[in-house]
Design a protein around this ligand. Structure first.
Ligand code: HEM
Length: 341
């Protein structure tokens, strides 16, 4: 095998303003190795990769602490039979999108108490969907703000690239333990059941916030009151989840190369064919495909419609900084202002 191909790092790819160009060049290279691991970017190779038994989603390294133990029980980080069992638990907890869309709109409308002053919508984008999902899981109004804050702490600790599981802080472990104590009474008894409830909130938070923030700055006409079409455009052309990571647990033969056991493999979901289909590539595919895609779209529609209906629009031509994540395209700040009347 030739020396690893160098080029932009994963966070640089995820936050690139020329993502289309970057992805074209990644596709042309086929399955190839870079300093951060192997990259799979062609639609046909991605279709194989998402279901390849040689590729594992499990965490590597020691799994000390409450949060790491919790993460290991989530479907997202489980392979094979354990994955199938845990995924069923997740699917049983997902609320009806028709109920959470108006709930997200109502909660957003209630949070728009900024008078006439421009404001950053990202704090709402990060919290409203989690409050809606937590309420649907049965969290009481009294505990809702606390649960939303704890999910934020867990996500900050687990943000891919931020830290490895064995470095998680005691604060994050305390947050995971407290979160579990809130959710345990609401789900059938069992540690996997609690992990499934927490995983719904954990998986939803940053990806849905990214979708909401990016939809509000989508370069599509805002003349029509069709927030659903901005969201549809965004999932296909400004994907919230750019890529996902696997580890080869055995040699994996693909596209005429052999990815050796032990390698990190990046599946560049956002590089895949973006022609409109029932589910955008950003939601993944195969056994681990996002089970919450229709809930994500529904909550994003609720939030964006409420913001728009109240007369708020993105400040034109603002420079968007993205959080430095290897897998997400998550605007750090999106300023809105009242539409001039
Ligand atoms: C725009 C928002 C979202 C995007 C783009 C997104 C995308 C994804 C992707 C790509 C995966 C697969 C990861 C992989 O294969 O490694 C995934 C998994 C998952 N997502 Fe989402 N997601 C979003 C929102 C949500 C929401 C709102 C929920 C819950 C209501 C959710 C729950 C999950 C769960 C539980 C998994 C793990 C599934 C498994 O491993 O079997 N996601 N998501």
């Amino acid at each position: 095998m030739d020396a690893a191909v160098t080029g932009p790092s994963m966070p640089d790819v995820a936050t690139s303003r020329q993502a289309g160009e970057t992805y074209r060049s990644l596709r042309e290279l086929g399955v190839h190795e870079r300093p951060e691991g192997w990259v799979v970017a062609r639609t046909e190779d991605l279709a194989v990769a998402v279901s390849a038994l040689e590729l594992s989603v499990a965490l590597r390294g020691p799994t000390h602490g409450a949060l790491a133990r919790l993460q290991c029980r989530m479907a997202r980080f489980s392979d094979d039979a354990a994955h199938r069992r845990r995924r069923v638990l997740v699917e049983a907890l997902l609320p009806d999108p028709r109920i959470i869309e108006p709930a997200a709109a109502a909660r957003t409308a209630a949070g728009l108490d900024f008078g006439e002053a421009p404001f950053d919508v990202m704090p709402l984008a990060r919290t409203v969907p989690i409050a809606v999902l937590a309420a649907a899981l049965g969290v009481s109004a009294h505990d809702l703000d606390r649960v939303v804050a704890l999910v934020g702490a867990v996500c900050a600790a687990l943000a891919p690239g931020a830290r490895e599981p064995h470095d998680l802080t005691q604060d994050a472990d305390a947050a995971a333990t407290e979160l579990a104590s809130h959710l345990a009474p609401l789900v059938p008894e069992g540690q996997d059941e609690v992990a499934a409830a927490i995983s719904v909130l954990f998986q939803a938070r940053d990806a849905t916030a990214a979708l909401i923030g990016s939809a509000l700055i989508a370069p599509v006409t805002k003349a029509v009151d069709d927030c659903a079409s901005w969201i549809e455009w965004t999932v296909h052309h400004d994907a919230p989840v750019q890529c996902t990571r696997r580890v080869a647990r055995a040699d994996w033969a693909v596209d005429g190369v052999v990815v050796p056991a032990g390698s990190t493999v990046w599946l560049m979901l956002a590089a895949a064919d973006t022609s409109p289909g029932p589910i955008a590539p950003t939601f993944g595919a195969g056994p681990h495909a996002c089970p919450g895609w229709s809930q994500a779209l529904a909550m994003a529609r609720g939030v964006v419609t409420a913001v728009h209906t109240a007369g708020w629009r993105a400040v034109p031509d603002q420079l968007i900084d993205y959080e430095r994540r290897p897998n997400l395209r998550l605007p750090a700040r999106v300023m809105l202002r009242k539409q001039p009347t």
